[in-house]
Design a protein around this ligand. Structure first.
Ligand code: ADP
Ligand code: MG
Length: 320
């Protein structure tokens, strides 16, 4: 990249106050050398964020740093994995110290919170793009997958849905949000909380799981497709925060169709629901029953009074 490529890496990416004992060699050699635990399976996920597509060009760098890692940790959470390490490939149009400092603060603060260490990467000049690959561990055979849902399983979701979608609609000037809710909604869009503890707790309990990045309807659809089942969703039961202060119908459409929530949607066989309820008492987020898996393929949505609800948007697609 530049003459200062090495000092840039040293200055920003090698300073992270983290020293995991399973990192034998981190940043600075040709590749990282990592020690793997016995009887565990490696879970690997990669997500790329492109300026202007996944975040606004003028987005605050702290949030960009946080979100770049958070979306990857969310994938590990959805697999039931314990995060360990990550690598970072970054293309920067220029060396902007203010931007890099903020980005690293957001990135490493979240990394510290989950004890996950940056062990390598690549740095180049180009249009602002960030790709993070996260690595985590799960005991053999215990990963949460999309393909295990069975008819009769109960569908749950963590946290609340629609907050990030509403913040995005406001940013795109499609909707006005009351001033008292702005900061909360913006934080839900910019700085999602990966549900790592929840994913870990769901090992051996959930039959299938996914993280909601592209909207509940679309992401639950992936579980249904991979598991070859259908589902019935109770749209009036979708959990919402008090900041989702829009009409009931707009709220439901946002909750089903808008992305960026990074909550977990998962299925639990009925005989394990009591066990789930015990576990959720220690969670820092809600856990809400939203529907049931059925043998008949497809997603059916119904209202509290039993009438049908027709979905208009099925979520975000980068190529539509
Ligand atoms: P190489 O030419 O062998 O690929 P690099 O100059 O790309 O080496 O990288 C030197 C060291 O710095 C490597 O350990 C690499 O993993 C690390 N590194 C480069 N860019 C980043 C980054 N953005 N974040 C973390 N580590 C990085
Ligand atoms: Mg390189």
């Amino acid at each position: 990249m530049l003459n200062s490529e090495f000092s840039l890496i040293q200055r920003y990416f090698a300073q992270q106050n983290m020293d995991r004992s399973d990192v034998l060699l981190g940043i600075g050699d040709d590749a990282a050398l990592l020690r793997s635990p016995f009887h565990q399976e490696l879970v690997v996920s990669l997500d790329m964020l492109v300026a202007g597509r996944h975040f606004f060009l003028d987005a605050d760098p702290y949030s960009v740093g946080h979100k770049s890692l958070a979306v990857n940790l969310s994938d590990l959470a959805a697999m039931g994995a314990e995060p360990a390490w990550f690598t970072l490939a970054i293309a920067l149009p220029e060396v902007d110290e203010h931007w890099l400092t903020g980005f690293c603060q957001g990135l490493f603060r979240l990394a510290q919170q989950f004890g996950v260490q940056l062990v390598g990467g690549d740095t180049t000049r180009g249009a602002l793009t960030i790709a993070i690959q996260a690595h985590g561990w799960v005991p053999q055979g215990q990963a949460l997958r999309r393909d295990g849902a069975r008819p009769g399983d109960i569908i749950f979701v963590t946290g609340t849905l629609g907050d990030a979608g509403l913040a995005l609609a406001a940013a795109l000037k499609q909707i006005d949000i009351p001033v008292q809710h702005k900061a909360y909604l913006q934080a839900r869009l910019d700085r999602p909380s990966p549900r790592i503890q929840q994913g870990r707790d769901l090992r051996g309990l959930a039959s299938a799981a996914i993280d909601i990045s592209d909207g509940l309807a679309q992401d639950l659809g992936h579980i249904l497709e991979r598991s070859q089942v259908g589902a019935r969703l109770a749209v009036d039961d979708l959990p919402r925060s008090s900041a989702l202060a829009v009409s009931h119908d707009v709220a439901i459409a946002t909750q089903l169709g808008a992305g960026d929530d990074y909550e977990l949607c998962f299925c639990v066989p009925p005989e394990r629901v009591t066990q789930l309820q015990t576990l959720t008492q220690s969670w820092d987020c809600a856990c809400t029953r939203i529907g049931i898996i059925e043998a008949e393929l497809g997603l059916r949505c119904c209202r509290g009074d039993g009438s049908d609800y027709h979905i208009e948007s099925t979520g975000y697609d980068h190529f539509c």
